[in-house]
Design a protein around this ligand. Structure first.
Ligand code: SAM
Length: 373
C-alpha cells in the first residue's frame, strides 16, 4: 500500500570503508578514550543482530549507542533495522564520519557530542531525546514527500507530535576504562526509573573486557560474582552472549572482550527496598569477597547486620558470592525495619585481629565499584 511504502525506510546507501575514512579525516586513535575500534563488519553485525532481536517487533524502539567512534557498530545497527538511533560520543575528531552517516541515514541516525558520564545526566538525556525527536520529524517529512509524489501533489507540512518510545535499548562497545562506573550508574538509574530507564523495558547489549563481562554475568556460587554483578542481576537478567578476541580490534588490546545482554526483570526483585540501601549492603558484604560475610560486615563496622543474617536465611560463614539476591533484599528490608545505619565505617586494620579461619584471602584493600567487584 501507499502508507506502507511511505513508512518503509530505504537501506543505507553504500558507505566508504571505515579504514579509508579514518585515514582521510586523519583520526588518530586515543588511548585515554579507550579507543579500540571494531572495524570487522562480521562482528559488529553479530552484535547488532543480537541487540535488535531483543527488542519488541513493531514497537517504537529508541537505540542509544555509547561511543560510536568511526561508526562501525552504528552502521550495523542501522542495517539490522534500527529506525531511531542516537549516539553519544565524546571525541569530536570523529564528527565528520558521524556527520556523513547521519546525512545518509534518511533520518534514522543522529548523534550528540558529549560525555556519557556527564554529571548533568538530565541535560544529556534531554539532548538525546531531542535528537530522537528530530529522527521522527525527518522520517515524517520523508514519508509525506513519498506519499505526495505518488499523488503528484505538494507535501503537507506536518506538525511534529512526539510519541513516546515503547522501549529503549542501549548498545555499546564500551571504553574499558569507564565501563564499571557506567554500569553502576545505569544500574542506579534503572532502579530509579530515570532518564533512559524511564521506559520499563530498557535493555542493554554491551561489550566489556572479557573478565568484567564474565563477572557481571556470573551465576550464584561462582567466585567471579561480585558486588556489581549482584546489583545488576537484581535488576536485569544478565547473560554473556559472545566473546571477541583482542586481535579483532584496531588497535588490538592485550585482552579479549565479551558481550553481555541486560534484559530487565518482569517483576521487581527489590520489592520496594530502596536501591541505595540494597547497594550499600551488597557492597559492604563484598568488601572482602573471599571472607565470610560476618567478617566482611564486621570489618565495615556493621556488627548489627551480622545479628540479622540467620533470620534472613543467610549462614554468617558463607561467602558473599553464595548468597541469593532475594536474601540480600530481605536483609536490606530488615536493616530498614531495625533502623540499622548502613553507612560503612571500615574498621582500622589491626584494630581487631580476625582469626585465620575467618579470613580467607582477605587482601584488606579498598574495592572500587568498577573492576574490583
Ligand atoms: N563503537 C566504536 C567501535 O566499536 O569501533 C568505538 C568503540 S571504542 C572501544 C569506545 C568509544 O567510546 C570511542 O569512540 C570513545 O571516543 C568513546 N568514549 C570514550 N569515553 C566516552 C565518554 N565518556 N562518553 C562518550 N563516549 C566516550
Amino acid at each position: 500500500t501507499k502508507a506502507a511504502k511511505a513508512a518503509k525506510l530505504p537501506p543505507l546507501p553504500r558507505q566508504p570503508r571505515l579504514v579509508d575514512l579514518l585515514r582521510v579525516y586523519n583520526v588518530r586513535n586515543k588511548k585515554f578514550l579507550g579507543q579500540n575500534f571494531l572495524l570487522k563488519k562480521s562482528i559488529t553485525d553479530r552484535i547488532s543482530t543480537q541487540a535488535v532481536s531483543k527488542t519488541r517487533r513493531g514497537g517504537r524502539v529508541l537505540f542509544v549507542e555509547v561511543g560510536p567512534g568511526p561508526g562501525g557498530l552504528t552502521r550495523s545497527l542501522l542495517e539490522a533495522g534500527a529506525k531511531h538511533l542516537v549516539a553519544v560520543e565524546k571525541d569530536t575528531t570523529v564528527e565528520p564520519l558521524l556527520g556523513q552517516l547521519r546525512d545518509s541515514s534518511a533520518g534514522r541516525f543522529r548523534y550528540v557530542l558529549g560525555d556519557i558520564i556527564d554529571p548533568d545526566q538530565h541535560g544529556l538525556y534531554e539532548r538525546i531525546m531531542a535528537e530522537a525527536a528530530v529522527c521522527d520529524v525527518l522520517q515524517r517529512q520523508r514519508a509525506a514527500q513519498v506519499a505526495a509524489s505518488d499523488l503528484d501533489t505538494q507535501a503537507e507540512e506536518e506538525t511534529a507530535t512526539m510519541e513516546p518510545f515503547d522501549q529503549v535499548h542501549i548498545v555499546a562497545n564500551l571504553p574499558f576504562g569507564i565501563s564499571g562506573e557506567l554500569v553502576a550508574m545505569w544500574a542506579q538509574q534503572a532502579a530509579e526509573r530515570k532518564y533512559l530507564f524511564s521506559t520499563p523495558d530498557t535493555g542493554m547489549t554491551l561489550m566489556f573486557q572479557k573478565e568484567v563481562c564474565e563477572r557481571l554475568a556470573a551465576p550464584l556460587g561462582s567466585k567471579k560474582r561480585g558486588g556489581l554483578s549482584v546489583q545488576c542481576q537484581a535488576l536485569f537478567n544478565v547473560t554473556q552472549i559472545m566473546t571477541v578476541e583482542g586481535k579483532c580490534f584496531t588497535p588490538a588490546p592485550k585482552v579479549d572482550a565479551g558481550v553481555a545482554q541486560f534484559i530487565p526483570h518482569r517483576q521487581d526483585k527489590l520489592k520496594g527496598v530502596p536501591f541505595a540501601v540494597f547497594r550499600r549492603l551488597v557492597r559492604a558484604m563484598h568488601h572482602h569477597p573471599n571472607s565470610m560475610v560476618r567478617v566482611a560486615l564486621r570489618h565495615n563496622g556493621l556488627d548489627r547486620v551480622v545479628d540479622l543474617l540467620p533470620a534472613c536465611g543467610i549462614d554468617p560463614t558463607q561467602r558473599a558470592f553464595m548468597i541469593e539476591i532475594e536474601a540480600y533484599v530481605e536483609l536490606a528490608r530488615r536493616c530498614i525495619e531495625e533502623g540499622v545505619d548502613l553507612k560503612a565505617r571500615p574498621v582500622r586494620r589491626g584494630a581487631k585481629a580476625a582469626t585465620a579461619d575467618e579470613v580467607d584471602g582477605d587482601d584488606g584493600g579498598e574495592e572500587s565499584e568498577a573492576g574490583g567487584e
